[in-house]
Each structure stands twice: as structure tokens, then as C-alpha cells.
Design a protein around this ligand. Structure first.
Ligand SMILES: [Fe+2]
Length: 419
């Protein structure tokens, strides 16, 4: 990234951070700017208060809009990517359209033209699906594109009932593709995962060399994301060794908390995390100074083994692209051929940077970066996290044993994909 690009990205972040103060009353003007009224439909932290940061990844071509989402204090960034297309802009994987988010979008529209297309690039990612109807209402002139095999839970309702505009919603690949002169679309799936369908559409933006993916690929960084620097509550919560400790703020503790959030969000319950006895948790909760919401009133059911930082090192893999562990262990354990086909298609693209919807972005791509991911994948299940991912593996076996997912193997054999 050039110095000029870094500088412009920095200005965007500083502007957003200045407008954010987590201690302000809920009815303050700046809090109203961040209000997300539809949060009860998917009650993820930080609920109705969504701070948005815009970063120019490649000025004039690619912008990232980032918010936080999580369960309790297990929080990671979620990202919408906006790219330039002929005559205007396209939004890939919308985030909650708060007033701040919309104002930042209108700024881009004033310079680069109207938002012409909104893309929901996932069939299963509720966190990406939920903002789309509200986002589409804010941009009535934009076409809406969705991946095939959309579904909803607990009731499988048609898109129209979910608020997608019937007259301007089309299905990617089945009813065409937006801006094929500058965008190259590849799909992963649809795959029947028994509980629903998994399908993801990646988008290669030729003018910038950027490859946009949703959940299929991630890259990790043990450096704290800017959004968590603006409100470090979640990382300070997890930086502690026991529930007795108050939330103390130091740069080292912010970094430690983020590293633990990486393990929790990727593995749900990594093997290096032990659950202390209930009596110990309740005893800790009686310690003074913890009667507040930020500390979850002293409840802290976590005890990290001494080797947890070794686990972080193994998981980060030097920041290179990888298939997310949850996908590998729960969605693709017996559908490895489909992932291999998709990775092979991506590896043929002349992409110079990867922009996933979670974790680190942009990720510089060397010529053979994605070829390496494909080769690793074709070798079989990763072994470097076998001693971290025990919970995910047991969960998969439980789902198979209960008949909720099929135990049928696919046909990725001997390091080669067989149709
Ligand atoms: Fe996602």
C-alpha cells in the first residue's frame, strides 16, 4: 500500500473515531447516528449501536465499511466493500445502514456516482443477509443481487416477505451477473449442508485487482482492528486471567484480548481454553468493582492454558489467506471438492489483493498465494490446528451421529479433485 493510500485511509478512520464515544447517553445525537433498529432480528453485540468506519483501500476504486458484531464480548469486524463500476458504485455484502453509514455512502456517491447495485453474496450468512432489505430501501435506484438458494431460519420465508424488493431483486448466475465488463464472479456452491444451503459469490474487481470474498477465505492479524481501539471493552474483558480482575486498559492488554478473541471466534471453544468450576466463577463475581455491565457483573467463565499464545501463532499463519476453521470443520469436512474447485478458479485470477468480509483486509496477494491455499486444501484437513479444534471436530461428529448432517464423503482423493 502506498504512503498516499495509507494517509487517506487514516483520515477516514480518524473522522469516524472522532464521532464515536461509547460513554455517551443512548439518546445523544451521535448515538442516534449509529442506531440500528433491526438488531432484535439477530441480537448480536453491539446490538442497536453500530459504529461505522470507512477506509479507502484503493482510493477511487475500493472502500471498506466496517462495523463490529459478536456474541456477548466475542466480537469481530464485519465488512461491506464498495467498488467503482461504470457509471457509479456497487456494494458487496451490506452492513447495517445506520445514519453514519448512509452519510459515508452519500459522500462516495457525490464523488463517484450513484450506488447502482447491492449484492448479497452469501446464502447462509445471516449477518450479511439481515441488513440488505433496509439497505435496499435507502437506495431505491439500486438493483439487488442475491446468491442462489436463499433460506431463512427458523421459518424459511420467501425473499419478498423478508423485505427484499421483488421488482429489482435478481439471482446471481441464474438471472445474469452485474457489470461483467469489470467484475468477474465465481461461486462456491450451492452446497446442501442439510440444515440449509451454503453458497458464496466472490467478485474480482479487474480495475483494482481486488478479489472480494465473504466467508470462504480469511486472513488473520494479531494487531487490534481500529474499531476495537475505538471501543476496547470486548478486548479488555478477554485480556483477564480471572473474573476477579477489573478491566484495565494498556496497549499490551488490548493486544492480548484481541488474540484471544481470534481463538474464540474461529474455534468457539479452542482446546487451550478451560472452563473453571461454577463455584470458582461465582466466587470471582463477588470481587469488588465488577458490578457493571461492561464486566458482565463479574461473570468470566474462561481460564486460558499457558500455551494459548502458541495456538495464536499457529492459527494466524503469518497473515496469509486460509479457509476459516469453522468452515473447514463444520461446512466442508465432507465437501472438500467443492471448495477445491472454487479455490482453483480464484487462483487463476490476476488478483493482487484479497478483501474478505471478516478480519484482516486488504491482504496483499503474491502470484501464487491462492495456488498455495489450494494445494494446502488438497492435502487434506489441516493438521496445525488439530490440538486447537477438538471442540469443532466433536461438534461435527455429534451432528453426523444425530443425523442432522450427512456423513457421506465427497471425492477429493489423492490431492486431486475428481468430478
Ligand atoms: Fe460472515
Amino acid at each position: 500500500m502506498s504512503l498516499q493510500i495509507r494517509e487517506e485511509a487514516r483520515l477516514d478512520i480518524e473522522a469516524a473515531a472522532r464521532s464515536f464515544n461509547p460513554t455517551e447517553p443512548l439518546d445523544s445525537p451521535s448515538r442516534r447516528q449509529q442506531n440500528w433498529p433491526w438488531w432484535p432480528l439477530l441480537p448480536l453485540y453491539p446490538y442497536g449501536n453500530r459504529c461505522t468506519i470507512r477506509r479507502a483501500l484503493i482510493p477511487g476504486h475500493v472502500w471498506s465499511f466496517e462495523q463490529l458484531q459478536g456474541i456477548f464480548h466475542v466480537v469481530v469486524p464485519i465488512r461491506m466493500v464498495v467498488v467503482s463500476v461504470p457509471g457509479g458504485l456497487l456494494a458487496y455484502a451490506p452492513v447495517a445502514p445506520t445514519r453514519t453509514c448512509l452519510a459515508l455512502m452519500r459522500e462516495l456517491e457525490a464523488i463517484h456516482g450513484p450506488l447502482l447495485a447491492i449484492v448479497l453474496p452469501s446464502s447462509s450468512g445471516l449477518e450479511h443477509k439481515l441488513p440488505v432489505p433496509a439497505f435496499a430501501r435507502a437506495f431505491p435506484g439500486a438493483a439487488v443481487w442475491v446468491t442462489p438458494k436463499q433460506w431463512s431460519f427458523p421459518l424459511n420465508l420467501p425473499l419478498r416477505t423478508l423485505g427484499f424488493p421483488a421488482g429489482r431483486t435478481r439471482v446471481l448466475f441464474e438471472q445474469g451477473l452485474p457489470f461483467p465488463t469489470v467484475l468477474d464472479w465465481q461461486r462456491l456452491g450451492p452446497i446442501d449442508i442439510e440444515l440449509g444451503w451454503f453458497c458464496e459469490a466472490s467478485c474480482f474487481h479487474r480495475p483494482s485487482g481486488s478479489l472480494l470474498v465473504t466467508d470462504g477465505l480469511i486472513a488473520l492479524d494479531d494487531v487490534l482492528p481500529e474499531l476495537l481501539n475505538a471501543d476496547p471493552t470486548a478486548v479488555l474483558f478477554h485480556a483477564r486471567e480471572s473474573g476477579r480482575e477489573p478491566l484495565r486498559d494498556t496497549p499490551e492488554r488490548r493486544r492480548r484480548g484481541w488474540q484471544r478473541l481470534l481463538l474464540l471466534s474461529l474455534y468457539l471453544r479452542p482446546d487451550c481454553l478451560e472452563l473453571p468450576p461454577l463455584s470458582s466463577c461465582l466466587g470471582d463475581a463477588l470481587a469488588p468493582g465488577l458490578r457493571n455491565r461492561r464486566s458482565y457483573f463479574g461473570l468470566y467463565p474462561f481460564r486460558w492454558r499457558d500455551d494459548w499464545q502458541d495456538c495464536v501463532h499457529r492459527v494466524v499463519r503469518g497473515g496469509t489467506p486460509q479457509v476459516a476453521p469453522i468452515l473447514e470443520r463444520l461446512v466442508f469436512p465432507r465437501r472438500r471438492a467443492a471448495m477445491a474447485h472454487w479455490l482453483a478458479a480464484l487462483a487463476d485470477l490476476p488478483a493482487t489483493q484479497l478483501v474478505p468480509c471478516h478480519f484482516r483486509a486488504p491482504v496483499p496477494l503474491a502470484k501464487d498465494s491462492l495456488r498455495q491455499v489450494l494445494e494446502n486444501w488438497c492435502r487434506g484437513p489441516r493438521q496445525d490446528d488439530a490440538s486447537i479444534s477438538g471442540f469443532l471436530q466433536r461438534l461435527d461428529r455429534t451432528l453426523v451421529a444425530a443425523g442432522l448432517v450427512s456423513g457421506e464423503e465427497d471425492v477429493l482423493l489423492g490431492g486431486r479433485v475428481v468430478d
